[in-house]
Ligand binder design. Sequence first.
Ligand code: ADP
Ligand code: GN1
Ligand code: MG
Length: 361
Amino acid sequence: MNLKHDVRAVARHFQIPADFVSAEPYGSGHINDTYCVMVEQGGTPVRYLFQRINHTIFKHPAGLMENIARVTAHLAAKIHGETDSFRRVLTLIPARDGRPFYRDELGNHWRVYVFIEKARTFDAVESTAQAFQAAQAFGMFQKLLADLPAPRLHDTIPDFHHTPKRFAALEKAVSADASNRAKLAKSEIEFALRHQAITGVLLAANLPERVTHNDTKFNNVMLDDVTGEGICVIDLDTVMPGLVLYDVGDMVRTTTSPVKEDERDLSKVTMQFPMFEALMRGYFSSAADFLTPAEKKFLPFSGKLITFEIGLRFLTDFLAGDTYFKVHRDGHNLDRCRTQFKLVESIEQQEEKMNQLVETI
Ligand code: ADP
Ligand code: GN1
Ligand code: MG
C-alpha cells in the first residue's frame, strides 16, 4: 500500500527491537494520522500504534508530548499491580534519543504507543452497557489525575472549550464567507445565532478547574473484546486543565445518539434517554466522590452545550472551506453540524427529565 508517510523509516527512530513488517492507516479520528504497524519480535508478530501529530492544530508538539508523558506515567503508577494494568493506560515507546517523540526532517512529530490488543473503539454506541462503561472509564480517568503533581499541564489548544469564543469564530466565518457557502447553511446559521445565550453559562458558574480529557468522544475509549469493560482511555492530546463538564458534555454528545456523527438521515438522530441514564450511572460510579453540587447540577446542561459547541465548530469549518477537520465527502462538515444541532434539539426536549434523573442518583 502506498502510504502518505514513510512509516518504515520513522520506525527506525524508536526503541523497537524488531523487524518492520507492515504499516496501514488506522482508525477514524479527525485530527492525527494514525498507523497500525506490524513488526516481528523474535518470530512473533507484534503491533504498535504510530501517530503523526497534526502540528497545524497542535502548535507545540513537544509540550503536548510532555503532558502525555506525565499523565501516562502518573496513571501507570496509580494502577500498578491491577490485573491487566498494561492494557489500562497508554504506554509510550521512547525514541532512540530517549525523548517521547521523534521529529523527522520534514518537521513532523511522531509518537508510538504499545498497541492495546483485544479491545476496540466504536463510532456509535450499541448498548447501555457500553455507555455505562465509557462514562465509568472517563470518570476514573479524571479521578486518577486529580492529584497530578504540579506544574500545571500545558494548554495544548488554548480556549479549546471556550464556547463564547467558538461562537465568535462562527460569526467571523459567516461574515467572511470565504468559500461562498453561507447560502448553503442558512438554517444552521440561524439555529446557531438563536442559541447564543447558552454559550457563557458554564464559564459564569465559577466551577473548579481540574485535569480533564476534553475530547471524550465515545471512540476515544477502548472497550475490552471479552468483558466489554472500558479498559483504556486514549487520544490524550487535549488532556489539560478544564471543567469536568466538558468531558461529560462530550460523552452525552457522542454516546446517546444511536448513529454516527455524520449520519445524513436526521430522523435517526436522537438523545436516547436510557443511554443518558447509563452514562450518568457509569460516571457517578467513579466520579461521585469528587463532584461538587454545582458540577452535578450542570451535568445535563453540559451535554447540550458541548453538542452545540462542536456543532458550531463543524459549521465554522464548513464555511471556512474545511481546513480543520478531516473530511471525506462534499458537505461532510455541514452534515456533521446538522446531526449536532438535531441532537441539541432532542436534548432540549428532554432536559427537564434529564435534570430530574440526575437529582435522584
Ligand atoms: P485521533 O486524534 O485522530 O482521533 P486517536 O488517538 O483517537 O486519534 O486514534 C485513532 C484510533 O486509533 C482510535 O479510535 C483507536 O481505534 C485507535 N487507537 C489509538 N490508540 C491505540 C492503541 N494504543 N492501541 C490500539 N488502538 C489504538
Ligand atoms: C476531534 O481527534 P478526534 O477525532 O477524537 C476534535 C474534537 C471534536 C471531534 C468531533 C483536537 O476529535 O474536539 O469534538 O473531532 N479534536 C480536536 O468529532 O479538535
Ligand atoms: Mg480519537
